[in-house]
Ligand binder design. Structure first.
Ligand SMILES: [Zn+2]
Length: 239
């Protein structure tokens, strides 16, 4: 894999310390459904608020996320009532990015009267398509929770404030060492297999990872993708 110094590419003269380390930044592709009136069900700032919390959790593992693309969904994808409707997102999945679909409502696939805040879904119709659906009613930590599933954590936790549990205070969520190990391994597999885009980021240039998204919002550049290898069409590893 060829590593590109983003500062050099941008014409900035900077001698990177010998200990300089590239931390992977995974690209998110966020699609937002419209309301019946045609406005987005939630704003970009609403998504960034959830992404900032995810950054706080995952940056401790040197894993980062950055919204690279925004899209608008058709209204007929705004209310997801059964699993077959979830599969309709599969055709919209961009294979090299983490696809997040923000909808108005998301009904549970087993308990009919239950509405979910989010789900990480493996398409039943397109085996390689894994994506995240977030409900407009989700809490601030829901995106981070689903990214936890996406990054390899399957079971839920009963420990208070564990990100993968349901008993939590959004401000204090954490992952335990075993969960962190799963994320690091999964991130490594996704990065080295080329299944997902990763941007490289010098820790020394931007030590506070939340600034990645702040920079994006202020119109700054985050550089070019560090690597891009077309997806094999398969999940790189079973979860
Ligand atoms: Zn979950």
């Amino acid at each position: 894999m060829k590593l590109v110094c983003l500062a050099c590419a941008a014409g900035v003269s900077l001698a990177a310390p010998a200990s300089a380390e590239l931390e992977p930044v995974f690209a998110l592709n966020v699609s937002i459904a419209p309301t019946a009136e045609g406005a987005p069900v939630r704003s970009e700032d609403w998504v960034y608020e959830r992404l900032d919390l995810a950054e706080r959790v995952f940056s401790t593992m040197k894993v980062h996320f950055h919204i690279w693309h925004w899209r608008t969904l058709a209204r007929d994808l705004a209310r997801i009532e059964d699993p077959r409707e979830r599969d309709r997102f599969a055709s919209l999945v961009v294979p090299t990015e983490i696809n997040v679909f923000v909808v108005e409502s998301l009904r549970d696939n087993e308990v009919k009267d239950l509405y979910r805040m989010g789900v990480t879904w493996d398409s039943h119709t397109t085996p390689s398509a894994r994506f995240i659906i977030l409900s407009a009613d989700c809490v601030r930590s829901s995106l981070a929770h689903e990214l936890g599933h996406f990054m390899g954590i399957q079971p839920h936790s009963s420990v208070k404030n564990n990100l993968m549990g349901y008993d939590r205070d959004d401000a204090l969520v954490f992952l335990d060492p075993a969960q962190q190990a799963l994320v690091v391994a999964r991130a490594y597999a996704l990065r080295t297999s080329g299944a997902l885009f990763t941007f490289g980021w010098f820790v020394q240039l931007m030590p506070h990872t939340a600034d990645i998204n702040g920079l994006r919002r202020s119109g700054g550049a985050v550089g070019t993708p560090q690597s891009f290898v077309k997806s094999s069409g398969q999940d790189p590893a079973p979860l």
